[in-house]
Write a new protein. Structure first.
Length: 149
């Protein structure tokens, strides 16, 4: 056997259907589309995902998973270690001073002081919220926590 003798297996190759090439071909005139109706026209038929007027599956499913609570208040976290680095002994920590020192970007977003790090300075903290661990560290250093005005 030589390369020139190789042939595809019997029935494995099928000639493509040449539609619209005259009536003698068997696929002339209507080109296998039938006589009238939506599917006989160019561009006819419904798109992918159409379910006969029923709400399509892609529109029935939610866009994103989970649930978003719209009344949730998002606080900007500021750690005790950051206060240690930015403030001197006896200073008042509030949103205006935090913004001035660059610890927060906006002074209209509520701030919460968290207890990560150590604090050795006496500070008067007047922010929206203070965690329990941060409060104990501030009071242990001789400072005090006041509610924001």
């Amino acid at each position: 056997m030589q390369l020139k003798d190789l042939r595809p297996a019997e029935g494995s190759k099928k000639a493509r259907k040449r539609i619209g090439r005259g009536n003698s071909s068997g696929h002339g005139t209507t080109a296998g589309r039938g006589t009238k109706g939506q599917l006989s026209r160019a561009g006819g038929g419904k798109g992918a995902g159409f379910e006969g007027g029923q709400q399509p599956l892609a529109m029935r499913l939610p866009k994103l998973p989970g649930f978003t609570n719209h009344s949730r208040i998002a606080y900007v976290p500021v750690n005790v270690s950051r206060l240690e680095a930015l403030y001197v002994d006896g200073e008042v920590v509030d949103t205006e001073s935090l913004k001035a020192k660059g610890a927060i970007k906006h002074d209209y977003i509520p701030v919460k002081v968290l207890g990560d790090g150590e604090l050795t300075k006496k500070l008067i903290v007047k922010v929206d919220k203070v965690s329990v661990s941060a409060k104990t560290k501030i009071e242990a250093a001789g400072g005090k926590v006041e509610q924001a005005c």
